[in-house]
Design a protein around this ligand. Structure first.
Ligand SMILES: Nc1nc2c(ncn2[C@@H]2O[C@H](COP(=O)(O)OP(=O)(O)OP(=O)(O)O)[C@@H](O)[C@H]2O)c(=O)[nH]1
Ligand SMILES: [Mg+2]
Length: 246
């Protein structure tokens, strides 16, 4: 075979990014059950997990920013719900990490009503990503959270964090065991590592599917416009986007 006849391997296929971040805005925090929250008008995806599970790191990896959500040295500090607007299309909602041992019992339980009330009363909540550390069995708080999500019926993805801490074989065994413990199929969980950039695109793809799947419970069709009048939801958002383009 001459050189000319040697078949050339095709150029390496570059997979398109399932979630290109074009804009990212922090809208603000919701600190109490009756406290401020952004006007609900865009679909929301919320992120839940025990303190120190790696939530801020996962969010940073998801949006490909180094210091978007703060990676903390003092676990258990963020007690409020933070809202981030992505591409003027949807909201990433960072729920407070729960279960940190070194805070008072009262503060330890404060997350329950805040998170429960947010989830029950957010008309455009489209899904929840529940984070679990791949190395640990679920805590009592994880169980409470998972039971609550199941009772609510909200579409839920499980992200298993810090998989880089386990070798390949131990990781596979552990994922199988955890899926059995939670009663979910392996394709319903996303093994994730912020440190080794594992699972980012799978998570982004799964979120896109959740957002495209549409509502799982009835959503109001009318929302307040900037001038306070009610308008059909799709039209109100379109009008605002056009305004922003000017
Ligand atoms: N090995 C490894 N460590 C990680 C990973 N993600 C986060 N960590 C570490 O886990 C610790 C907590 O990470 P954060 O991202 O701040 O976790 P969090 O859930 O936001 O924590 P709080 O906001 O304090 O509740 C930090 O020391 C991170 O460096 C990962 O994928 N692999
Ligand atoms: Mg955090």
């Amino acid at each position: 075979m001459t050189d000319a006849e040697v078949p050339k391997s095709p150029p390496a296929a570059t997979t398109p990014d399932p979630l290109v971040i074009r804009s990212l805005e922090f809208d603000g925090p919701m600190a109490t059950v009756d406290g401020w929250r952004p006007e609900p008008r865009l679909p929301e995806i919320a992120f839940a997990g025990r303190s120190n599970v790696g939530k801020s790191s996962l969010l940073n990896a998801l949006v490909r920013r180094k210091a978007f959500a703060r990676v903390s040295r003092t676990p258990g500090r963020t007690r409020e719900i933070n809202f981030f607007r992505v591409n003027e299309q949807f909201m990433l909602v960072d729920l407070p990490g729960y279960g940190y041992a070194k805070i008072s019992k009262e503060r330890k339980l404060a997350w329950r009503p805040l998170i429960a009330s947010y989830m029950r009363n957010s008309p455009y909540l489209r899904g929840v990503v529940q984070l679990l550390d791949v190395r640990h069995d679920p805590t009592e708080d994880d169980r409470v959270m998972l039971d609550f999500l199941a009772e609510l019926g909200v579409p839920t993805l499980l992200a298993l964090t810090k998989v880089d801490k386990l070798g390949r074989v131990a990781r596979a065994v552990r994922i199988t065991d955890l899926c059995a413990a939670y009663g979910v199929d392996e394709d319903q969980v996303i093994p994730f590592s912020a440190h080794e950039n594992i699972g980012r695109d799978e998570l982004a793809e799964a979120l896109t599917q959740l957002l495209n799947a549409g509502p799982w419970r009835e959503e109001p069709e009318y929302v307040p416009r900037a001038d306070g009048e009610l308008a059909p939801r799709a039209i109100a958002i379109e009008a605002e986007l056009e305004e922003n383009e000017d």
